[in-house]
Design a protein around this ligand. Structure first.
Ligand SMILES: Cc1cc2nc3c(=O)[nH]c(=O)nc-3n(C[C@H](O)[C@H](O)[C@H](O)COP(=O)(O)O)c2cc1C
Length: 273
């Protein structure tokens, strides 16, 4: 429930005006939240100049008062930060602190979701990384062999990956603790899970920025996501229930590589109407 402390409410109507689902009205000069159509977006909490709105739905300890110094980022710096972000595939042999992983997940938790569904969850893999690697490489090997033995024109674009997956598994079998190209020997993985690919991808993007802000590096393992699709062994190992989909796999560690500049990109295709 969203509630209004009537002693604090000054009846300014800002919450009424900002409520997307029109669930708030002013009665006798005080805001009244009907909690009928409310989808708990918290705009009423955020906008109230008197801090009169509260909820028992979530922890009010999440709510922080705005102050410019701590809440603003210079636009040019932000753009540079985005440009300088790189996929990291070389990691130091150093663990990632639990506090840093929690902060990365906080960046996901506070990312917007459609209809405020907040239907994104996270699986952190550290100790289990070797086991996960083994079953994921097994899965990719199976997928690769299947593609290579059924090569038709439709499958041709995947041939390169199929060969790579088979080789990755072969190398792993020869030397299970050697250099590998699935998780690149990183110490931590965060799997972002949701039944909404958009919500999970938006969360992942903010998480990636947080990863970099913490001095860590990451890459998204599309290979792992492919290996996990419909793979019972991986789903069972991760104890993932029916209908839950791994949308992204963030491989995280301390970078063992330094970049000196940004990279070029295709010109954006934009049409201004
Ligand atoms: C959805 C997605 C899946 C990816 N999968 C892999 C992967 O399985 N292995 C890998 O080494 N890099 C993977 N990447 C990294 C891309 O290859 C990389 O983002 C791209 O080459 C551009 O490099 P940059 O991230 O440094 O700008 C993936 C990236 C995205 C966004």
């Amino acid at each position: 429930m969203m509630n209004v402390d009537k002693d604090k409410c000054i009846g300014c109507g800002l919450c009424v005006k900002d409520c997307f689902v029109r669930d708030i009205e002013l009665i006798d000069g005080k805001a009244k939240i009907n909690n009928m159509t409310c989808f708990k977006c918290g705009h009423c909490i955020a906008i109230c100049p008197k801090g009169a709105v509260y909820t028992d739905e979530y922890s009010m300890e999440d709510v922080e008062e705005y102050n410019k110094e701590e809440f603003e980022i210079d636009a040019d710096n932000l753009l540079n930060f985005i440009k300088f972000r790189r996929t990291i595939r070389q990691f130091k042999n150093k663990d990632v602190e639990t506090e840093k992983l929690s902060k990365i997940i906080e960046a996901g938790r506070f990312t917007q979701t459609g209809s405020n569904s907040q239907n994104v969850s996270y699986i952190v893999v550290r100790e289990g990384i070797d086991k996960l690697k083994e079953i994921a490489l097994e899965s990719l090997n199976g997928l690769g062999e299947n593609i290579l033995s059924n090569l038709n024109p439709q499958m041709m674009p995947f041939k390169r990956y199929a060969q790579m997956w088979v080789n990755m598994y072969k190398n792993y079998k020869l030397n299970p603790n050697g250099k590998e190209q699935l998780f690149f020997n990183a110490p931590a993985i965060v799997l972002v899970v949701s039944d909404s690919p958009v919500n999970a991808a938006l969360a992942s993007s903010n998480m990636e920025l947080m990863t970099n802000a913490l001095g860590l590096g990451t890459f998204f393992s599309g290979f792992f996501v492919r290996a996990a699709q419909g793979n019972k062994k991986i789903m069972d190992y991760l104890e993932l229930g029916e209908g839950k989909e791994i949308v992204t796999c963030m491989v995280i560690g301390y970078p063992d590589v330094k970049y000196s500049r940004t990279t070029p990109r295709k010109i954006a295709e934009i049409s201004w109407k």
